[in-house]
Design a protein around this ligand. Structure first.
Ligand code: SF4
Length: 205
Protein backbone atom coordinates (compact mmCIF):
# COMPACT_ATOMS: atom_id res chain seq x y z
CA UNK A 1 0.00 0.00 0.00
CA UNK A 2 1.33 3.43 -0.90
CA UNK A 3 1.31 6.52 1.33
CA UNK A 4 -2.05 8.12 2.09
CA UNK A 5 -0.44 11.56 1.67
CA UNK A 6 1.46 13.35 -1.09
CA UNK A 7 4.98 14.74 -0.85
CA UNK A 8 7.36 16.61 -3.13
CA UNK A 9 10.99 16.01 -2.20
CA UNK A 10 12.20 18.36 -4.95
CA UNK A 11 11.60 21.16 -2.41
CA UNK A 12 14.38 19.84 -0.19
CA UNK A 13 18.03 20.96 -0.56
CA UNK A 14 20.62 18.55 -1.94
CA UNK A 15 22.40 18.47 1.42
CA UNK A 16 19.38 16.71 2.88
CA UNK A 17 19.87 13.65 0.66
CA UNK A 18 23.63 13.73 1.17
CA UNK A 19 23.16 13.75 4.94
CA UNK A 20 20.75 10.81 4.82
CA UNK A 21 23.18 8.81 2.68
CA UNK A 22 26.18 9.65 4.88
CA UNK A 23 24.37 8.73 8.07
CA UNK A 24 23.20 5.42 6.62
CA UNK A 25 26.62 4.70 5.18
CA UNK A 26 27.94 4.47 8.72
CA UNK A 27 25.47 1.56 9.21
CA UNK A 28 26.14 1.45 12.93
CA UNK A 29 23.46 4.08 13.29
CA UNK A 30 20.80 1.74 11.94
CA UNK A 31 19.42 0.90 15.38
CA UNK A 32 19.19 4.57 16.26
CA UNK A 33 17.42 5.42 13.01
CA UNK A 34 14.27 6.69 14.71
CA UNK A 35 16.16 9.34 16.67
CA UNK A 36 18.39 10.22 13.72
CA UNK A 37 15.42 10.58 11.37
CA UNK A 38 13.65 12.87 13.82
CA UNK A 39 16.81 14.95 14.13
CA UNK A 40 17.15 15.26 10.34
CA UNK A 41 13.47 16.19 9.96
CA UNK A 42 13.82 18.90 12.63
CA UNK A 43 17.17 20.17 11.31
CA UNK A 44 15.92 20.57 7.73
CA UNK A 45 12.34 21.44 8.65
CA UNK A 46 11.23 18.62 6.35
CA UNK A 47 7.66 18.56 7.65
CA UNK A 48 7.27 22.30 7.19
CA UNK A 49 8.85 22.39 3.72
CA UNK A 50 6.75 19.45 2.51
CA UNK A 51 3.66 20.65 4.37
CA UNK A 52 3.02 17.25 5.97
CA UNK A 53 2.74 16.23 9.64
CA UNK A 54 5.97 15.62 11.59
CA UNK A 55 5.29 11.88 11.96
CA UNK A 56 4.74 11.49 8.20
CA UNK A 57 7.96 13.37 7.49
CA UNK A 58 9.80 11.06 9.89
CA UNK A 59 8.30 8.03 8.07
CA UNK A 60 9.58 9.32 4.74
CA UNK A 61 13.08 9.91 6.12
CA UNK A 62 13.15 6.52 7.86
CA UNK A 63 12.04 4.76 4.66
CA UNK A 64 14.65 6.64 2.63
CA UNK A 65 17.31 5.65 5.15
CA UNK A 66 16.15 2.01 5.10
CA UNK A 67 16.28 2.05 1.33
CA UNK A 68 19.85 3.34 1.31
CA UNK A 69 20.81 0.60 3.75
CA UNK A 70 19.25 -2.06 1.50
CA UNK A 71 21.03 -0.59 -1.50
CA UNK A 72 24.32 -0.87 0.37
CA UNK A 73 23.60 -4.41 1.49
CA UNK A 74 22.85 -5.54 -2.09
CA UNK A 75 25.47 -3.36 -3.79
CA UNK A 76 28.00 -6.09 -4.62
CA UNK A 77 25.46 -8.68 -5.78
CA UNK A 78 23.67 -6.07 -7.85
CA UNK A 79 26.90 -5.12 -9.64
CA UNK A 80 27.72 -8.78 -10.33
CA UNK A 81 24.23 -9.62 -11.66
CA UNK A 82 23.97 -10.39 -15.38
CA UNK A 83 20.22 -10.36 -16.05
CA UNK A 84 18.68 -7.20 -14.60
CA UNK A 85 15.24 -5.70 -14.91
CA UNK A 86 14.10 -2.12 -14.39
CA UNK A 87 10.70 -1.39 -12.85
CA UNK A 88 9.26 2.03 -13.68
CA UNK A 89 6.06 3.36 -12.06
CA UNK A 90 3.22 3.92 -14.53
CA UNK A 91 2.34 7.20 -12.79
CA UNK A 92 5.54 8.70 -14.25
CA UNK A 93 4.08 8.38 -17.78
CA UNK A 94 3.30 11.67 -19.46
CA UNK A 95 -0.24 10.50 -20.13
CA UNK A 96 -2.34 8.27 -17.92
CA UNK A 97 -5.10 7.84 -20.51
CA UNK A 98 -5.46 6.60 -24.10
CA UNK A 99 -2.95 9.19 -25.30
CA UNK A 100 -0.28 6.89 -23.84
CA UNK A 101 0.59 4.50 -26.67
CA UNK A 102 2.24 1.89 -24.47
CA UNK A 103 1.20 -1.74 -24.92
CA UNK A 104 -0.18 -3.46 -21.87
CA UNK A 105 0.83 -7.09 -21.57
CA UNK A 106 -1.39 -8.93 -19.07
CA UNK A 107 1.15 -11.76 -18.80
CA UNK A 108 3.49 -9.37 -16.99
CA UNK A 109 0.79 -6.97 -15.74
CA UNK A 110 2.98 -4.24 -17.23
CA UNK A 111 3.08 -1.55 -19.87
CA UNK A 112 5.77 -1.46 -22.53
CA UNK A 113 6.50 2.02 -23.83
CA UNK A 114 6.06 2.83 -27.53
CA UNK A 115 7.92 6.15 -27.22
CA UNK A 116 5.13 8.53 -28.27
CA UNK A 117 6.52 11.47 -26.25
CA UNK A 118 10.22 12.26 -25.88
CA UNK A 119 9.55 14.31 -22.72
CA UNK A 120 7.78 11.42 -20.96
CA UNK A 121 9.77 10.36 -17.90
CA UNK A 122 8.75 6.70 -18.25
CA UNK A 123 9.96 6.82 -21.85
CA UNK A 124 13.31 8.34 -20.85
CA UNK A 125 13.76 5.71 -18.17
CA UNK A 126 12.87 2.97 -20.65
CA UNK A 127 15.43 4.19 -23.15
CA UNK A 128 18.14 4.51 -20.52
CA UNK A 129 17.39 1.05 -19.15
CA UNK A 130 17.30 -0.64 -22.55
CA UNK A 131 20.59 1.03 -23.57
CA UNK A 132 22.16 -0.69 -20.57
CA UNK A 133 20.61 -4.07 -21.40
CA UNK A 134 17.81 -4.00 -18.84
CA UNK A 135 14.39 -5.43 -19.59
CA UNK A 136 12.05 -2.57 -18.66
CA UNK A 137 8.57 -2.95 -17.17
CA UNK A 138 6.22 -0.04 -16.51
CA UNK A 139 4.19 -1.19 -13.53
CA UNK A 140 0.62 -0.15 -12.69
CA UNK A 141 1.24 -1.16 -9.06
CA UNK A 142 3.69 -2.86 -6.73
CA UNK A 143 1.71 -6.11 -6.61
CA UNK A 144 2.28 -6.57 -10.37
CA UNK A 145 5.87 -7.67 -9.77
CA UNK A 146 4.52 -11.13 -8.93
CA UNK A 147 3.32 -11.53 -12.54
CA UNK A 148 6.78 -10.67 -13.82
CA UNK A 149 8.59 -13.25 -11.71
CA UNK A 150 6.00 -15.86 -12.58
CA UNK A 151 6.94 -15.49 -16.23
CA UNK A 152 10.66 -14.75 -16.41
CA UNK A 153 13.96 -15.10 -14.59
CA UNK A 154 16.47 -12.44 -13.66
CA UNK A 155 19.30 -11.92 -11.15
CA UNK A 156 18.60 -8.40 -9.98
CA UNK A 157 15.91 -5.74 -9.87
CA UNK A 158 16.25 -1.99 -10.09
CA UNK A 159 13.00 -0.43 -8.93
CA UNK A 160 11.72 3.13 -8.98
CA UNK A 161 8.88 3.86 -6.55
CA UNK A 162 8.01 5.76 -3.41
CA UNK A 163 10.12 4.49 -0.46
CA UNK A 164 7.10 2.86 1.16
CA UNK A 165 6.37 0.82 -1.96
CA UNK A 166 9.99 -0.14 -2.46
CA UNK A 167 10.10 -1.34 1.14
CA UNK A 168 7.18 -3.67 0.44
CA UNK A 169 8.74 -4.90 -2.80
CA UNK A 170 12.11 -5.57 -1.21
CA UNK A 171 10.75 -8.35 1.00
CA UNK A 172 9.27 -10.16 -2.00
CA UNK A 173 12.37 -9.74 -4.17
CA UNK A 174 14.69 -10.84 -1.36
CA UNK A 175 12.50 -13.92 -0.86
CA UNK A 176 13.36 -14.82 -4.48
CA UNK A 177 17.08 -14.55 -3.66
CA UNK A 178 17.58 -11.59 -6.00
CA UNK A 179 19.66 -8.47 -5.55
CA UNK A 180 17.76 -5.19 -5.43
CA UNK A 181 18.45 -1.52 -5.82
CA UNK A 182 15.79 1.11 -5.21
CA UNK A 183 15.42 4.65 -6.47
CA UNK A 184 12.92 6.75 -4.51
CA UNK A 185 10.46 8.99 -6.29
CA UNK A 186 11.28 12.63 -5.66
CA UNK A 187 7.60 13.47 -6.08
CA UNK A 188 4.85 10.97 -5.38
CA UNK A 189 1.13 10.98 -6.12
CA UNK A 190 -1.25 9.28 -8.55
CA UNK A 191 0.08 11.05 -11.68
CA UNK A 192 3.03 13.12 -12.86
CA UNK A 193 5.32 11.50 -10.34
CA UNK A 194 9.01 12.28 -10.67
CA UNK A 195 12.38 10.71 -10.14
CA UNK A 196 15.88 11.92 -10.85
CA UNK A 197 17.24 10.78 -14.21
CA UNK A 198 20.85 11.33 -13.12
CA UNK A 199 20.24 9.04 -10.14
CA UNK A 200 18.79 6.47 -12.54
CA UNK A 201 21.76 6.74 -14.94
CA UNK A 202 24.14 6.20 -12.02
CA UNK A 203 22.14 3.25 -10.71
CA UNK A 204 21.96 1.57 -14.13
CA UNK A 205 25.72 1.54 -14.68
S1 SF4 B 1 6.24 7.84 -24.12
FE1 SF4 B 1 5.67 5.71 -23.66
S2 SF4 B 1 4.98 5.64 -21.52
FE2 SF4 B 1 5.10 7.81 -22.17
S3 SF4 B 1 3.02 8.32 -22.74
FE3 SF4 B 1 4.07 7.62 -24.64
S4 SF4 B 1 3.84 5.40 -24.83
FE4 SF4 B 1 3.17 6.05 -22.74
Amino acid sequence: MAYSFDYDLTKLPREFFKDVAEIVDKRKLHKKLGKVSKKIVREFGVDKILGIPLEDAISVVEDLADLHIKNLVHEKDFKKAKEKILLVPHCSRKYMDLRCKADFNPMFSSYFCNHCSPDCLANQATELGEEKGYKVFILPGGSCIRSIFGNMNCDAVLGIACPEEIKLGIGFIESKGLAIKGIPLTKNGCANTQFNLDTLKEALS
